[in-house]
Design a protein around this ligand. Structure first.
Ligand code: ATP
Ligand code: MG
Length: 567
């Protein structure tokens, strides 16, 4: 259980500042476009959204909210071979889940007719031509950064011939690859994207929305700016790799004399220990390296949501990292911290034992038990209290006992006394083992005077352990996750290597022996709790009443781990 979510609009009350917002604020102040702000988030529906997209969503929708503008959700569906309706649906779910609602739901494919007409217009103006060379030939003619390109032998075709060929391309008279339509700009341009870029290619592939209607499809550069213009987007915000395309973006709009959308670029999000490209994520899914797009180890929004991330944590994360023009890589721990910060204030506390070790309280009357009060949140009384049954037989965490404890281990050991959370002091008197010498049970005594966790004589203990009652506790499966990749930058592979070589073979640890306190008996997928001392956990989508399944979303800070790793 966790407290009410806050909305994205509430976030907007504390306005972040960055260079894009400064541009927008100036435009609004100067009355550019009548002071109107229109943005869009333009995913290609060729995969599920990832945390990098969240940065773009928060920026585009956030700016619209803060400046009283609108943001469209536009599917950039110009490449039918990779796109599917499943992806469209997941993208809509994810944007809503993050807390945003779009103004219009748009599809670049809805503009195919208009784009086609504009292409004819450019042909008529002598600004576009049909090239019948092969893609290899066209690539060779492009030149290099240091050498100008060579004009195509088809560059000076007449307007009539170009129109005729282009219409027949559209009519389906030619096979894939027979011709392309190119803009006629400047084969010697310093900016390579201005060297007669391709506008259309022939592709006899059905489209997820237009079916068989089209067999020529627009290229990204031709579709994107014109779609922005059709929607009267004032600020077209994209990632830095499109900076080099901006002159082309401007050129098309200028030649057509259509609504002057402007493009602004910011640095994309990169995170350590993961990859952030739909193509690679698809490879992981198809190769069954993960259990699907929503595998809790995936950086997809579907994956991290199932893992236990909240929209608030992700929006806060996006605000923390800010928006700049400089590429860099953000440490995954920044994302994890934003989740800890959020769940710390909102998640109820519970007790669960992952690797149970049985404790028998030998001086507790047999057949009896009592209900102890436990606060649902240590710092917020409004969360209320619950009852946890305590009796003669309990489970504690196996890791919380050491038969021969080293110096800095303060938990239970032979002859030692510790506090059981919300309960009593207990002392370990006897260690029971099986024939192989494995510890199977501890015999302890409790001090009835210490109920609630304090000794009237003022004596102290150095550790407080979580526990559950044997009889009333619930069996559960708990899944613990580690980084999906073993290295900070999985894309950094030696010659001939593959990013998948860097997958972490131990990224998922399934624990089927966990025991939960009985108040966790009725939970629903998506519910989040702090399991005391273990981390924040979220009920998995596959969880049932008979077989509860929890995902660890993120650990707490573990001081013992730190001590241990320091040696
Ligand atoms: P991918 O390589 O993962 O497929 P993409 O840029 O091709 O990413 P699109 O669907 O075209 O994916 O992206 C939609 C929007 O999200 C674009 O404006 C894009 O710039 C932005 N975006 C994509 N990845 C990131 C990222 N890592 N950080 C910030 N914005 C991103
Ligand atoms: Mg893309």
């Amino acid at each position: 259980m966790s407290k009410e979510n806050s909305s994205a609009a509430e976030d907007a009350s504390s306005k972040p500042v960055d260079f894009i917002r400064e541009i927008v604020a100036r435009d609004v102040a100067e009355g550019t476009h009548g002071g109107r702000v229109q943005t869009r988030f333009p995913p290609e529906p060729n995969g599920y959204l990832h945390i990098g997209h969240a940065k773009s969503i928060c920026l585009n929708f956030g700016i619209a909210q803060e400046f009283g503008g609108k943001c469209n959700l536009r599917f950039d569906d110009t490449n039918p071979s990779k796109e599917e309706t499943e992806y469209v649906d997941s993208i809509k779910d994810d944007v809503r889940w993050l807390g945003f609602e779009w103004d219009q739901e748009c599809y670049a494919s809805d503009y195919f007719e208009q784009l086609y007409e504009w292409a004819e217009e450019l042909i008529k103006q002598g600004l576009a031509y049909v090239d019948s060379g092969t893609l290899d030939e066209i690539r060779e003619q492009r030149g290099t950064v240091n050498e100008p390109g060579t004009p195509s032998p088809y560059r000076d075709r007449s307007v009539e011939e170009n129109l005729d060929l282009f219409r027949r391309m559209k009519a389906g008279e030619f096979p894939n690859g027979a011709h392309v339509l190119r803009a006629k700009i400047d084969m010697a341009a310093g900016n390579m994207s201005l060297r007669d870029p391709i506008m259309y290619r022939i592709m006899h592939t059905p489209h997820h929305r237009t079916g068989d209607k089209w067999c020529i499809y627009p290229m990204y550069d031709w579709a994107h700016g014109q779609s922005d213009s059709i929607e009267e987007v004032t600020h077209s915000i994209c990632t830095l790799e499109f900076e080099i395309h901006r002159p082309l973006y401007d050129w098309y709009i200028a030649q057509l004399g259509i609504f002057p959308s402007r493009q602004y670029e910011f640095a994309r999000l990169n995170l350590t220990y993961t990859v952030m490209s739909k193509r690679r994520l698809l490879e992981l899914v198809q190769g069954k390296h993960v259990q699907g797009w929503d595998d809790p180890r995936m950086p997809t929004l579907a994956g991290i949501r199932r893992r236990g991330y909240t929209p608030e944590a992700i929006r806060n994360f996006c605000r923390t990292i800010g928006v700049t023009k400089y590429s860099g890589t953000t440490d995954l721990s920044v994302l994890e911290n934003s989740l800890r910060d959020d769940l710390n204030t909102r998640a109820e506390r519970r007790m669960a034992v992952l690797n149970p070790l049985k404790v028998v309280i030998t001086n507790y009357p047999e057949g009896e038990s009592e209900e102890l009060d436990a606060a649902n949140h240590p710092a917020d009384e409004s969360f209320g209290k619950r009852k946890v049954p305590f009796g003669r037989e309990l489970y504690i965490e196996r890791d919380d006992f050491m038969e021969d404890p080293p110096k800095k281990f303060f938990r239970l050991g032979p002859g030692r006394e510790v506090r059981l959370r919300y309960a009593y002091f207990v002392r370990c008197n006897e260690v029971i083992k099986d024939v192989d010498g494995n510890v199977t049970e501890l015999h302890c005594t409790y001090d009835p005077e210490t109920k609630g966790g304090n000794a009237p004589d003022g004596r102290k203990v150095k550790a407080t352990l979580h526990w559950v009652p044997v009889e009333q506790s619930i069996a559960a499966e708990v899944r613990l996750y580690d980084h999906l990749f073993r290295v900070e930058n999985p894309s950094d592979v030696p010659e001939g290597g593959d990013f998948k070589d860097n997958l972490n073979p131990d990224s998922l640890q399934i624990n089927e022996n966990a025991r939960l306190e009985p108040s966790l008996g009725q939970v629903n997928p998506g519910d989040k709790f702090q399991f005391e001392r273990l981390g924040y956990f979220c009920v998995d989508t596959t969880s049932t009443a008979d077989k509860p399944v929890f995902n660890r979303a993120v650990t707490l800070k573990d001081t013992w781990q730190k001590v241990k790793s320091k040696g």
